[in-house]
Write a protein of this length. Structure first.
Length: 371
C-alpha cells in the first residue's frame, strides 16, 4: 500500500541521515506507517525557529518538498501565492499515485489537500483534525471552511475524519477519536493520594500567551493569599517565561511558584504522581494530552472550557472547568478544595476514564482504519 501524508509539519533531513519532524506528530505517524508498504510525505522541508524534534523509525520515506504557505506579511503572501500552482500540481500528482491519502489538519498545506481530495472521490482517505472541532467555536475562516468541506459528504467522499470529542449533528465522515501517551502496562501502576495541605498545583505546557500561564499564577496567588498552603510548579518553556519570572519576583511569590523549564517525560510523569491539581487556562486546544496524562495519574484537572475538554471532564464531574474570570474561579477553587470526599471521588473518576485510552488501543484503532 502506498501511503501519502499531506502536512504542514516540516520533514527535516539531519546530518545523521535520519528524517525528523515535530516529536508528537512523529510518534503518532510511526504507528500509521507501520501498516504501509511505501510512505510519501508532502510537506515543507525547512523550518525557522525552535521545534521539538524526533526521528521517524523508517528511513525509506519519500519526501516531496513544498514551500510553507503563510499570509502573515506582504512578502510571504506574494511568495505563497506564486507557490500555489506548483503545490496543487504536486498534490494532484501524489494523490493519483497513492492508495491511502492522509491529511493533517488544520493547516495551510492540509487545507490545500482538503480541496484537492474532492477530485479523488474513490480514493481511501483519512484526515486527522488535531484542532478544536467544536462547531460553535469562533475560529478563522480558513479553519471553518476546512471543517465544512471535511464534514460535507457531497464534496468529501470515502473519508474518515478523526476528531476529538463527541459533537452533535455530524455527518458520517466524522469519527470521534482520541490520542494517548501511556501503554496498557502503565494502568497497573497506582498512586495513593492524600489530597491535603500544602496543595501541589501543576502547569505543563508551553509558556505562551495562548496558554495563559500568568492566569495560573494569579489564581494560585489568590488561593495562597487567602491562607491556603499551596505551591505551583511549571514544566515547559516559551516566550512568556521572562514576564512570568518578573511577575513572580515583583509579587513575592518565589517560595510558591517554581519555573522548571522543559523536562523529559519521566520527570513530568513523576510530577504528575506527586501533584494534586493541574491548572491549564488555555485559550485553544485539540485533545490536550497533558489533561489526559494528569487524569491518568488521578490528578484533578482545572481547565478552561475549550474544545473537547468539557466532554473529557464530564462537564465538571471528573475535573473543574474555569470561567476565566479570576475572582469567580478563585472562589470556585476554594470551594472545590474544601470538599475532601468530593476530591477523592473526582480523582478516581478521572483516573478510571483516562485509563481507557492507551497507546495499545490507539495502535489497534489506527491499524483498523488503515487496513
Amino acid at each position: 500500500m502506498r501511503f501519502l501524508v499531506v502536512t504542514l509539519a516540516p520533514t527535516l533531513l539531519k546530518e545523521d541521515g535520519h528524517l525528523y519532524s515535530y516529536a508528537p506528530y512523529v510518534n503518532e505517524m510511526n504507528i500509521w506507517f507501520s501498516a504501509a508498504d511505501n510512505v510519501t510525505i508532502l510537506s515543507p522541508n525547512s523550518h525557522k525557529g525552535e521545534l521539538l524534534l524526533a526521528p521517524f523509525t523508517r528511513n525509506d520515506i519519500d519526501v516531496q518538498a513544498v514551500r510553507t504557505i503563510a499570509f502573515n506579511s506582504f512578502g510571504r503572501s506574494i511568495i505563497s501565492l506564486l507557490s500555489l500552482p506548483y503545490i496543487f500540481l504536486k498534490l494532484f500528482k501524489e494523490f493519483s499515485k497513492a492508495d491511502h491519502i492522509h491529511l493533517r489538519c488544520p493547516g495551510s498545506i492540509g487545507f490545500l489537500g482538503v480541496i484537492v481530495q474532492i477530485f479523488f472521490p474513490k480514493k481511501t482517505k483519512t484526515a486527522k483534525y488535531a484542532g478544536n472541532w467544536d462547531p460553535s467555536a469562533k475560529q478563522p475562516i480558513s479553519y471553518r471552511l476546512q471543517k465544512w468541506l471535511l464534514n460535507n459528504t457531497s464534496l468529501t467522499k470515502n473519508m474518515q475524519v478523526l476528531v476529538y470529542g463527541e459533537w452533535p449533528n455530524q455527518s458520517k465522515n466524522i469519527k470521534s477519536f482520541f490520542t494517548a501517551t501511556y501503554r496498557n502496562s502503565k494502568t497497573k501502576e497506582t498512586v495513593q493520594r492524600t489530597i491535603q495541605e500544602p496543595y501541589r498545583f501543576l502547569f505543563v505546557g508551553m509558556l505562551t500567551i495562548g496558554k495563559h500561564p500568568l492566569y495560573a499564577v494569579q489564581l494560585i496567588e489568590n488561593i495562597h493569599r487567602s491562607g491556603v498552603k499551596c505551591s505551583l510548579d511549571f514544566y515547559g518553556d516559551g516566550a512568556e517565561r521572562a514576564s512570568l519570572d518578573t511577575y513572580i519576583k515583583e509579587n513575592g511569590m518565589e517560595d510558591v511558584v517554581t519555573l522548571h523549564g522543559n523536562k523529559d517525560a519521566d520527570t513530568v510523569e513523576a510530577a504528575y504522581k506527586t501533584s494534586d491539581f493541574l491548572v491549564l487556562p488555555s485559550q485553544s486546544e485539540g485533545w490536550p494530552k497533558v489533561v489526559a496524562e494528569a487524569m491518568f495519574w488521578g490528578v484533578i484537572t482545572i481547565v478552561s472550557k475549550v474544545s473537547c475538554v468539557p466532554w473529557m471532564l464530564d462537564y465538571g464531574k471528573r475535573g473543574a472547568l474555569l470561567s476565566m474570570e479570576l475572582s469567580e474561579d478563585t472562589n470556585a477553587l476554594k470551594k472545590l478544595i474544601a470538599d475532601k470526599s468530593g476530591l477523592r471521588e473526582m480523582s478516581q473518576e478521572a483516573m478510571d476514564w483516562s485509563r481507557q485510552y492507551t497507546i495499545d488501543d490507539f495502535e489497534t484503532e489506527i491499524k483498523k482504519i488503515v487496513e
